[in-house]
Design a protein around this ligand. Structure first.
Ligand code: KG4
Ligand code: ZN
Length: 453
């Protein structure tokens, strides 16, 4: 299907009948300035994307006064349902997260189908709470930004209140939130995005222009943390990562010699499936019984679980360090002016991960930028902020029709790639699971910019 300019931002495509309706020219209703500060300026001609985005400073090139925007972000891609209201000056007006910790504990990780149903149940409540905490109503919003599962709710609000809508790529949001917390962070920068479902290294050349330097050929690091935490009988209520991080502090990280993944592959891709297997074998050889929670284990048993946690963490992070080292070399070849490496996504809230990567980055004369832990794990703020960044460049969709049917179908894209692969980074080891099915966000954005030239 041809990609319409109206839909190129979304990480989903509605079925053709819907996209045709959404393509009608967007003429927002006039509103009093006090209730919707931006309404009088909402004219599509004000929002044409820059013709030459790379040559402009993102802080000044926007066709729009940034301090006026108020965006609701809804984040529902993975294991939590979150919403936030953020101003374009970076002020966070509210932030609400409803955790699916019970589900996680029950299933020992993210269970996509269960997670999706749980999102739908709590999303109305979470959005309302975010608006209440910000002392605002939908009428005060400038736009709604959303990732995959929350799209129905977002379109409902946007349709009812005639608000523009910005479809947000989950991983782009993890990277860009660093520009909210670190005002100095300008393009181009590098980003290592590490979460439960993704493990990517990118070079962010500009907004919507990402080069993928490496990705995982099987599992993401967060998934390995979660699985191993389950096998070690840890408390999964806060997800496996924090549980392993805590237990690892008691262990000897050199006690078990796990081998570092992909040593023979001189690229920036990742693999965690083999390490997971090595750890599982070590757990079996020590006769660790996961049905006995670590809190009830004997001190000897607890010690051996801690040694495994620490040894796993050391090698899992060493793998990140090695790939980052090479990625920095590659990134500097493409963009010698790179100064920062962002590390974000749930796993980036880990203190050991931060400390180790800080060393690598400093050694290469770059600066590490890690959002605070609450903004590394999934949150609504990152979605609202990414919405703001894109909105300022005119990259949004017009309000959906107010009477859009609730049972409308969308073609969701959970593994939609963020950027085009760097040629040197192409891996023959890439499995079919991660093979490209959709064009990347970058290719859609760049195609749209070309059309406007
Ligand atoms: O980005 P995120 O919140 O959700 C996804 O997009 O997947 O990342 C969740 C992942 C989970 O696998 C969780 O175990 C991991 O981040 N995580 C951690 C820590 N906190 C969360 N991993 C290691 N150490 C942590 N402190
Ligand atoms: Zn995430």
């Amino acid at each position: 299907m041809a990609l319409s300019s109206a839909f190129w931002r979304l990480n989903l495509l509605s079925k053709p009948s819907v996209s045709l309706r959404a393509l009608k020219p967007f003429k927002p209703k006039p509103r009093p300035m006090s209730s919707l500060p931006i309404s009088s300026k909402l004219n599509p001609s004000n929002f044409s994307a820059s013709k030459n985005p790379t040559s402009l400073d993102p802080k000044t090139r926007t066709p729009y006064p940034q301090h006026d925007l108020i965006v609701l972000g809804i984040e529902t891609s993975c294991d939590d349902t979150a919403a936030a209201v953020v101003k374009s000056n970076g002020e966070i007006l509210s932030q609400v997260i409803s955790s699916q910790a019970d589900l996680l504990a029950q299933y020992g990780g993210v269970a996509p189908k269960m997670a999706e149903e749980a999102h739908l149940q709590v999303i109305d409540r979470v959005v309302q709470e975010a608006l209440n905490k910000a002392n605002l109503t939908e009428r005060d919003l400038s736009a709604v930004a959303v990732t995959i599962v929350g799209v129905r709710k977002a379109r409902k609000i946007a349709g009812t209140f005639s608000l523009p809508i910005i479809g947000v790529h989950h991983m782009e949001a993890h990277a860009l939130v660093a520009r909210l917390t670190e005002q100095e962070l300008q393009f181009p920068f590098m980003a290592l995005l590490i979460s439960g479902g993704h493990n990517v290294l990118i070079l962010a050349r500009d907004l919507g222009h990402y080069v993928q330097l490496g990705t995982t050929i099987d599992d993401a690091i967060g998934e390995a943390y979660d699985k191993i935490a389950k096998w070690l009988g840890l408390d999964l209520r806060r997800s496996g990562g924090p549980a392993i991080e805590e237990l690892a502090r008691e262990g000897d990280a050199k006690s078990i010699k796990f081998s570092t993944p992909m040593k023979q592959h001189k690229d920036c891709n990742f693999s965690y499936a083999g390490l997971k297997t090595q750890v599982r074998l070590a757990i079996e050889s020590k006769n660790i019984n996961a049905t006995i929670p670590v809190s009830s284990a004997t001190s000897e048993d607890r010690r051996s679980r801690a040694d495994i946690a620490a040894s796993f963490q050391r090698v899992a992070v060493l793998h990140l360090e090695e790939r980052c080292e090479r990625a920095i070399e590659w990134a500097l070849k493409i963009e010698p002016s790179v100064k920062h490496m962002v590390v974000s996504g749930g796993v980036a809230s880990n203190q050991y991960v931060r400390a180790q990567l800080d060393q690598v980055v400093q050694k290469n004369n770059l600066q590490l930028v890690c959002p605070p832990p609450s903004l590394c794990t999934d949150n609504g703020v990152m979605v609202a902020w990414t919405g703001i960044e894109n909105f300022c460049m005119g990259r949004f969709d017009p309000p959906p029709p107010a009477d859009e049917p609730e049972d409308i179908e969308f073609d969701l894209r959970p593994r939609w790639p963020l950027g085009e692969e760097y040629t040197e980074g192409r891996s023959e080891a890439r499995s079919m699971r991660t093979a490209r099915i959709h064009p990347s966000l970058t290719s859609l954005v760049q195609a749209s910019l070309q059309q406007k030239l």
